[in-house]
Design a protein around this ligand. Sequence first.
Ligand SMILES: [Zn+2]
Length: 145
Amino acid sequence: MNDLSDLKVPGPTITQLTAPFWDAAEAGRLHLQHCEACQRAVFYPRRICPHCWSDRLVWREASGRGHLKSFSIVHRPGHPGWAPAAPYVVGLVELAEGPTMLSLVLDEAPSVGMALRLRPTRVGDRRLPAFEAAPTTDSPTGDTP
Ligand SMILES: [Zn+2]
């Protein structure tokens, strides 16, 4: 894969609601909303909890750990700006905190169930929360999928 920081791709649409997520991403961190009423993590950013409808959502740093639920290898990107990076992997990452997020997966041989860890990656002029294979010693339980 080419250097992703050279890509000329459109950035995210940042709103007042999503700004904390993107600010954390720029700092190399993954932040998720956490519901103070039901204690569950929430992603994508929302005004009310999708589990219990509370509006008591606060931002917390996530572990950056998860596993690959599904993936696609993109050969023909939907936006021409991504063409220099193809083929690349886009995956559904089930985060250790519970939510699933769509993310770039920096692995040339992905497999469903593989353990992942956060790898902040500069794409164009933004830093995004991408993921890479986690060393098996990184697994908090010592289990391998
Ligand atoms: Zn809740």
